[in-house]
Design a protein around this ligand. Structure first.
Ligand code: HSE
Length: 433
């Protein structure tokens, strides 16, 4: 029988515990795929005395990651610590000491990817990161390997399970935002700092990684226009439903005229389309390739076992040697990746506007006049009968025909400056397919 491969698991939170469980409970099955047994040699935790839901075989626990990096019998390390530090320091130490690394930490890759990947290359090691994007969906392999023959034209994704879970519960049950967020945390979907889920940071970091794989360019995630779901209220969800849509946090990267347009923002998605039917903690990615056409991937994007599924598959790929081959040939996250400039790139789409206006004569004409001045044509308007006309504000909902994102932004600024408008208007893109 072949010698077992000894793996170090650094971080035993939600995902790390799932990885140990899978390696132990599915050991026979995993051995068949890897061609040799894979054993957990050491698990690194914050507190070795703490009671845990999963037993580490032989009780090989340590509070010091050096017990993995300095152990020459360990060849593969799963780095399952979130956030930037100490994760970056640990990753560097693991690579310096000759470990191949598997990680689920998208923030670390989005922030320090090029530096870490260069170090891995210099050391002749590999980094695998399927679990960093869309949890259990094998989207990194799909874009990086299976669709390699295609020029990718666009990616649209629901990449954050927590915000999708919140939006779905609000829409279906009329549930309160804060209560659903708490539930998502209890279920282990949310980041340690859940503001990164709801403000779009998490989805933006994942989009930066996918766009790199798909388009070969490196876009610092902070440059990608981003809007979270904090401003989405039940009223908006109801108007969207009235028009035949749902609201989802959608990450978009698409090529047009040789330039790349990217953003993460809530958008109206047409009921019945795959993105609109993606519910709960599910993630979805729709990709258009020039040879393959449109493809759709759907699966659990957050949570213990779906993410562990991707981590363990990467461990097997690393043990078998597939990761090293892909890592060498694709030049993924190499320092030579060209930077893409995405600022100001226009996207031509329909838009949904909710404007709070005073219910007075001439107000509708004023608003539609401003849209007309900016060359924006209106497709439909909703204003429900208010009990009393006058100074109370009423929501005015407008759906436009396709118009440029730069034009609509200017028009909304112009509208919000009008004295008949209260507060900031909401402007969301509309995705009809
Ligand atoms: N917090 C993430 C989400 C899971 O809710 O999708 C890990 O990426």
């Amino acid at each position: 029988m072949s010698e077992p491969v000894r793996v170090g698991v650094v971080g035993m939170g939600t995902v790390g515990s799932g990885v140990v469980r899978l390696l132990v409970e599915s050991a026979d099955h995993i051995e068949r795929h890897a061609g040799r047994p894979i054993v957990v040699a050491k698990a690194v935790v914050k507190d070795v005395a703490k009671a845990r839901s999963v037993d580490v075989p032989g009780g090989h626990l340590s509070a010091d990651y050096h017990d993995v990096s300095r152990d020459p019998s360990i060849s593969v390390a799963a780095l399952l610590v979130g956030g930037l530090e100490p994760a970056r320091t640990i990753m560097i130490d693991l690579l310096e000491h000759g470990k191949d690394v598997v990680t689920a930490n998208k923030a670390l890759l989005a922030e320090h990817g090029p530096e870490l990947f260069e170090l891995a290359r210099r050391k002749g090691r590999s980094i695998a990161f399927e679990a960093a994007v869309a949890g259990g969906i094998p989207i990194v392999a799909a874009i990086g390997e299976c669709l390699a023959a295609n020029r990718i034209e666009s990616i649209r994704g629901i990449l954050n399970g927590t915000s999708n879970f919140i939006l779905t519960r609000m829409e279906e049950d009329g549930a309160d935002y804060a209560d659903v967020l708490k539930l998502a945390q209890e279920k282990g979907f949310a980041e340690a700092d859940p503001s990164m889920d709801v403000d779009g940071t998490d989805a933006t970091q994942k989009l930066a990684i996918l766009a790199h794989l798909a388009f070969g360019v490196w876009v610092p995630w902070g440059e990608i226009p981003r809007m979270g779901i904090e401003g989405i209220d039940l009223g908006l969800l109801r108007y969207a439903a009235e028009l035949g849509y749902r609201i989802r946090l959608v990450a978009v990267a698409s090529r047009s005229d040789g330039r790349l347009a990217m953003r993460v923002a809530p958008a109206l998605v047409k009921q019945g389309t795959p993105l609109a039917e993606t519910r709960g903690a599910y993630n979805a990615v729709s990709i258009v390739g020039d040879a393959v056409g449109r493809m759709f991937f759907h699966g659990l994007g957050a949570g213990q076992m779906p993410t562990a599924s991707a981590v363990v598959a990467d461990i097997i790929d690393t043990v078998v040697g597939r990761t090293a081959i892909t890592f060498k040939t694709t030049g993924v996250l190499s320092a030579d990746s060209p930077a893409a400039r995405i600022a100001g790139v226009d996207m031509l789409e329909r838009h949904f506007l909710r404007i709070r206006v005073k219910d007075r004569p001439g107000v509708l004409a004023r608003i539609t006049g401003i849209l007309g001045e900016h060359g924006i044509s209106i497709a439909s308007v909703i204003q429900h009968d208010a009990s009393q006309a006058g100074d109370a504000t009423v929501p005015l909902v407008i759906m436009t025909h396709p118009c440029g994102s730069n034009a609509i932004r200017k028009a909304v600024d112009h509208i919000d400056a009008a004295d008949v408008v209260s507060g900031r208007s909401v402007c969301l893109s509309v995705l009809d397919e």
